[in-house]
Design a protein around this ligand. Sequence first.
Ligand code: PLP
Length: 394
Amino acid sequence: MADRVPYLTSRLQGFGTTIFAEMSALAVATGAINLGQGFPDTDGPPEVLDAAVDAIRGGRNQYPPGRGVPELRQAIVAHQQRWYGLAHDPDTEVLVTAGATEAVAAACLALCETGDEVVVLEPTYDSYQASIAMAGATPVFVTLRPPGYRLDVDALRGAVTPRTRMLLVNSPHNPTGTVLTPDELAAIAAVACEHDLIVVTDEVYEHLTYDGTAHVPLATLPGMRERTLTISSGGKTFNTTGWKVGWVCGPAELVTAVTTAKQFLTYVNAGPFQPAIAAGLALPDAFFTGLAAQLAAQRDVLCAGLEDAGFTVFRPQGTYFVTVDIRPLRPDGDGMALCRSLPHDCGVVAVPNQVFYADPATGRHLVRFSFAKRPEVLEDAAARLAKLGGKGVS
Ligand SMILES: Cc1ncc(COP(=O)(O)O)c(C=O)c1O
């Protein structure tokens, strides 16, 4: 257990510093290619960037309405209808947030009583545990395990207790890159309906699925629309992670509850970027399918380099990320040590998956690489990694 951090509330002890800062600093210090953090190194579509410039020049620089500018809420509704056949009222069933991160935090704060339990897929995106903790709730983990990272439905059923308030789901899933199958979604829906649970589903990688794998929102399953808050964000789809324009859609009463918490966190954000994301959501289908095709090709380049290096590669069906088992190269399975030595050994930075697990031992031998980088950067990284092949790592 790490030392107690002075002043920090007991709810947030243990959440001190993230590995991302250490690894990014190491990338800078060594000149290594940073495949640790999940952000793209190219700009998004010109239509989206131009719309933001126009909004700033056009004077849309003051507080937007609390629930978000009308054209973005309408664009979100049109997007959910176009891609998933889901209908929402833009005035009562949509809320614009400061990224998906705030949406998750506001949902936890708005919907959980102290001592409630939140069932969450593990490994978890790092903000979930902190959001659950800030709400005074307790996470209960259902672990996805390699090679397939499939959902263990019995484990899900076993995780539900009389204290369970919410299922917090993420698909396509960071860091594993898995995409929940129709059977898995049906199992989650059955558990939620049987126990009358709220479902919060983080779908920020909704357009980043590969090899014909379809992303199916949980809210489309029978009995789910009325209990599900669907969260997404423009960051991953339009290469605008710094804009932090996210949203949540769901039944009016749930969205209103989340709005109450959200209004005292940020009230509003990203005024001129909101109409720009609206422009992005209205782009033709070819933009979204082209993005997925491009990311799939980038995945293939990186996976080939990782395979040539000798890692066991768990090929992802979605997201920006690929996880590898390092033990063929490093029999002691120490992912943290590998990530600290990799920049020196071959000039590439990754992150150890152990940080995504409640018990770090579960993910000790796993390491995550991001392929949200330009093809030439990934070719370079793949060539560097391939040089590890047969050499082992320190
Ligand atoms: C699963 C998941 N949810 C949310 C986020 C953050 O989204 P935003 O930047 O919109 O807050 C990320 C970013 O990496 C993510 O991987």
